[in-house]
Design a protein around this ligand. Structure first.
Ligand code: NAP
Length: 248
């Protein structure tokens, strides 16, 4: 019997990077997983194929989680397919980095919508199902070190990721009575497509400042999600830092 047998998880933005690693880790430990994506259908299907190829259960569902209607459709499809929802991982995220002087309202808005509004949209859509089930639940959102320490050229992203931390603490207070835990993870710099967008010389300067001397791996973030989902029953309203010591 695997530790997440009988549980159902939705992972937003799971076609690649950290989300794909989370989906695979939860599935490898027995959860039935809904792999959400916005545009990358091929990679999302590959994630599902990898999971089912290892004997797990997964489906992929397209949906732009920055839109409330899409989040509702995603959650409804998960419920119809697997019958319940126990774990929500709010992972979908984007960057549109530029300094404040060059940032236009659309760059600001897009990042807030995809990184922060999506957390409200999906949590709000999942909640009635978790409450009706009456067996608690686990809501885990991927914030960032940038939401704690700030980032040059990242006012939009830092505001969204700091917003997730405030959301997490408030929702944790509200939902504790229903045994629903709400936590955030603040990764430092993790080797994914998102980090590849940072120019190589800037990346090297960042790496040189990390006490553990390397970027993190998506699987390392995924294992932290697994820990919260499996053994985190008395952990709520927290931000778990997984950053190689870059921010303490
Ligand atoms: P990534 O490789 O760029 O992948 C982003 C994922 O989000 C993709 O699956 C993408 O799907 C999905 N996505 C984007 N917009 C979406 C939307 N509107 N609706 C649904 N899905 C959407 O990013 P990553 O590095 O794995 O980052 C994952 C999360 O960790 C993000 O929240 C990011 O901010 C956070 N994070 C990353 C790092 C890092 O260093 N990499 C550090 C701290 C925090 P499509 O391909 O279909 O668009």
């Amino acid at each position: 019997m695997l530790s997440l047998s009988g549980k159902v998880a939705i992972v937003t933005g799971a076609s690649r990077g950290i989300g794909a690693a989370i989906a695979k880790e939860l599935a490898a430990n027995g959860a039935k997983v809904v792999v959400n994506y916005a545009t990358s259908e091929g990679p999302a299907r590959e994630v599902v194929d990898q999971i089912t190829g290892q004997g797990g259960e997964a489906i992929c569902i397209r949906g732009d989680v920055s839109l409330y209607d899409h989040a509702e459709v995603l959650v409804r499809a998960a419920k119809e397919t697997f019958g319940r929802i126990d774990i929500l991982v709010n992972n979908a995220g984007i960057t549109r980095d530029r300094t404040l002087r060059k940032m236009q309202a659309e760059h600001w808005g897009e990042v807030i919508e995809v990184n922060l509004n999506s957390v409200y949209n999906c949590t709000s859509a999942v909640l009635p199902h978790m409450l009706e089930q009456g067996t608690g639940g686990s809501i885990i959102s991927i914030s960032s070190i940038i939401g704690q320490a700030g980032g040059f050229g990242q006012t939009n992203y830092a505001a969204a990721k700091a917003g997730i931390i405030g959301f997490t603490k408030s929702a944790a207070l509200e939902l504790a009575r229903n045994n629903i835990t709400v936590n955030a993870i603040c990764p430092g710099f993790i080797a994914t497509d998102m980090l590849s967008e940072v120019p190589a010389e800037v990346r090297e300067k960042i790496r040189a400042k990390i006490p553990l001397g390397r970027f993190g791996g998506s699987e390392e973030v995924a294992r932290t999600v697994l820990f919260l989902a499996v053994d985190g029953q008395y952990i709520t309203g927290q931000c778990l830092n997984i950053n190689g010591g870059l921010y303490m």
